[in-house]
Write a protein that binds this ligand. Structure first.
Ligand code: SAM
Length: 127
């Protein structure tokens, strides 16, 4: 993701689903002005611990309840159609391998998988 983002110095970035903030931290270290949001209050607390009081995070508490996450499968063409309709051009499609060390941390999940869990990244250019 960081490679795809390129030179972020001075850019304003929304880290949507920032979790505990590892990407937020890396982007901020590279000079970006980052806002992080996450629907998990627990994740935001971890992000604040990682990032310090200066971190600009938005809080979604979901009424103080533990949120059940739902996932919806979208075919690839649904995404590309939406990009095209919004006048974006796809510059890069990336399905990265697990991060170094991830196989040791999550052996049950990643043991025999050559690819990452389910993420695909797009770099879009307007107009
Ligand atoms: C796979 S984690 C990634 C966390 C972080 N970006 C990282 O790279 O470590 C996805 C995060 O998105 C958050 N999330 C999922 N759906 C969300 C939503 N609709 N609105 C806000 N945050 C959401 C989850 O709480 C979780 O922290």
């Amino acid at each position: 993701m960081l490679d795809l983002a390129g030179d972020v110095a001075g850019r304003r970035i929304l880290d949507a689903g920032c979790g505990s903030g590892p990407l937020f931290a890396a982007l901020r270290d590279r000079g970006a002005i980052v806002t992080g949001i996450d629907k998990s209050a627990g994740m935001l607390e971890l992000a604040r611990r990682r990032l310090g009081d200066g971190a600009d995070t938005a809080q979604w508490t979901m009424g103080g309840q533990t949120a059940v996450m739902s996932f919806w499968h979208r075919p690839l063409h649904a995404m590309t159609d939406a990009f095209t309709a919004a006048d974006f051009r796809i510059a890069v499609i990336s399905e990265p391998p697990p991060a170094p060390g991830a196989r040791e941390l999550f052996p049950d999940i990643l043991a025999d998988k050559p690819a990452f869990l389910c993420f695909i990244f797009f770099v879009l250019q307007a107009g």
